[in-house]
Design a protein around this ligand. Structure first.
Ligand code: PA5
Length: 470
């Protein structure tokens, strides 16, 4: 039997085609050759990464190896089966999930935001509050190592230590292995775990599954502890582009998600990106619209308006991707995630009538995962909702979206719609890859190296000086 086809995500920028405040089809046609040139440069970057030849100075750092990672992982899985990295990730995830009740994922920035996005989008909205059976026998998931917050860490102790000995594990994720937030959190939690395990390292190491770069302090630490399983973050794949390495796939598998479906989704985006012309290519069309809105209409704020609660962390993952990649040399649009309808009651006023410096991209899920919940008729009609009886929450949400788009259009405020068929691994795989490709294409289009984050180093340096007096 054939596998069901993967439903594609879609991008519709027709709400940006507005005279004077938006763009036109002719603008997009004009930009098309430059978009194609930027795509070619991105694909040349990948070829250079694969060639193993030295990277010219003006191109460095060059972390383009994320592009074909989904296909490489899937091919290796098809060829090597149980010996493939994908199978090892799943086996390590299943083994940890069987043994522990809670897993703390440690990481910051690109080393945790993708996992968190997957958790919020694909798992049950109250996953951690459910019993083990309802969680599909998967552990509760917590995220730490992404701050230096005493009360948050101490609150985590209360949760973990209440669970009884050996019932929790740690997945420390850091490519460099020296990011202080993550390293300090690991040191603190390790000490707790050790004391729970009577300082028996043979027990402790079975509860830790690290993901780290090939030459990192974290690798050295976990090698010294003889951790039985450890996953690499390959050279040529930068932190915020690493969601399809073990950085995203291991936590996803621990949560019970299917890493293969994520990779299959990403591969669909790759095919569309490489083979379709502008006008029928979501990556290039998205970049074209964002770039024209910024350069011609001063839309320096890019609002990602997510509809429904599950996509907030996806938006935050994208905020980081765009901000850290293109916010350089005095350039780079400001990404801003909204969750609607919640934020219509906080930011809506400004987006409707404030400064005309925004492009709004709606991120919409077409079908909910669970059974429809609807308004019922009631003898208590003081709230006057009987005329909505029979309407489901998705129908009411769709009306809010249509109403918001109409209100923006009436005021000549441009909007575009990005649609996901469902909030699942196939759709998110497509979306993550689309955003990563769009970010590097835009970088090449505007002459900014999207890889690396030289600006972040300054705070790290000064923090270390203050702490260590060096
Ligand atoms: O995108 C990036 O490279 C950064 O956001 C990193 O992921 C973040 O700084 C964490 O770095 P590391 O994985 O080395 O701890």
């Amino acid at each position: 039997m054939n596998e069901p086809a993967i439903l594609p995500i879609s991008y519709d920028p027709s709400g940006t085609m507005i005279h004077e405040t938006g763009i036109s089809q002719a603008d997009l046609v004009w930009l098309a050759p430059r978009l194609v040139a930027a795509r070619n440069e991105v694909l040349d970057d990948l070829a250079l990464c694969q060639s193993g030849e030295p990277v010219p100075k003006e191109k460095g750092p060059l972390d383009a190896a994320f592009i074909d990672l989904p296909e490489r992982m899937l091919e290796e899985h098809a060829a090597k089966g149980e010996r493939s990295q994908l199978a090892r990730i799943r086996a390590a995830a299943d083994s940890l999930a069987e043994r522990v009740e809670q897993v703390v994922v440690l990481g910051i920035g690109g080393s945790y935001m993708g996992a968190r996005a997957l958790f919020e989008a694909c798992c049950h909205p109250y996953f951690n509050q459910l019993g083990r059976l309802q969680r599909g026998r998967r552990p509760r998931i917590f995220f730490e190592g992404n701050n230096l917050d005493n009360d948050a860490m101490s609150g985590l102790f209360d949760l973990l230590l209440g669970e009884g000995p050996h019932r929790w594990g740690i997945v420390p994720i850091s490519k460099s292995g020296s990011t202080l937030e993550t390293a300090v959190a690991l040191r603190i939690l390790l000490e707790r775990l050790c004391s729970e395990c009577d300082n028996d390292l043979t027990k402790v190491r079975d509860l830790i599954v690290p993901v780290t770069g090939l030459k990192s302090r974290l690798r050295a630490l976990c090698t010294a502890m003889e951790c039985p399983e450890m996953f690499p973050i390959p050279d040529g794949v930068g932190g915020r582009f690493s969601i399809f390495t073990a950085v995203g796939l291991l936590p996803a598998a621990i949560m019970g998600l299917d890493p293969i479906k994520l990779l299959e989704g990403a591969a669909v985006t790759n095919r569309r990106f490489c083979n379709s012309e502008p006008g029928d290519n979501p990556v290039l069309d998205y970049v074209g619209v964002c770039h024209l809105m910024e350069s011609r209409r001063g839309a320096t704020t890019r609002v990602l308006s997510t509809w429904g609660k599950g996509l907030e962390a996806v938006g935050l993952w994208y905020d980081q991707l765009l901000a850290e990649s293109l916010g350089k040399d005095g350039q780079g649009a400001l990404p801003l995630t909204c969750v609607n309808t919640r934020d219509l009651h906080s930011r809506g006023q400004q987006h409707q009538e404030g400064r005309r410096d925004k492009l709004i991209t709606n991120l919409i899920v077409e079908h909910p995962k669970s059974e429809l919940v609807a308004v019922k008729p009631s003898t208590l009609n003081q709230d006057q909702l009987n005329d909505l009886a029979g309407k489901s929450l998705p129908e009411i949400l769709a009306a809010a979206l249509a109403g918001t788009n109409r209100a923006y259009a009436d005021d000549r405020r441009p909007t575009a719609d990005l649609r996901l068929p469902r909030l699942d691994e196939h759709a998110l795989g497509q979306l993550f890859q689309m955003f990563m490709l769009a970010t590097v294409v835009e970088g090449r289009l505007i002459g900014i190296n999207p890889y690396g984050q030289p600006g972040v180093e300054a705070y790290k340096r000064h923090m270390n000086e203050f702490l260590r007096g060096k």
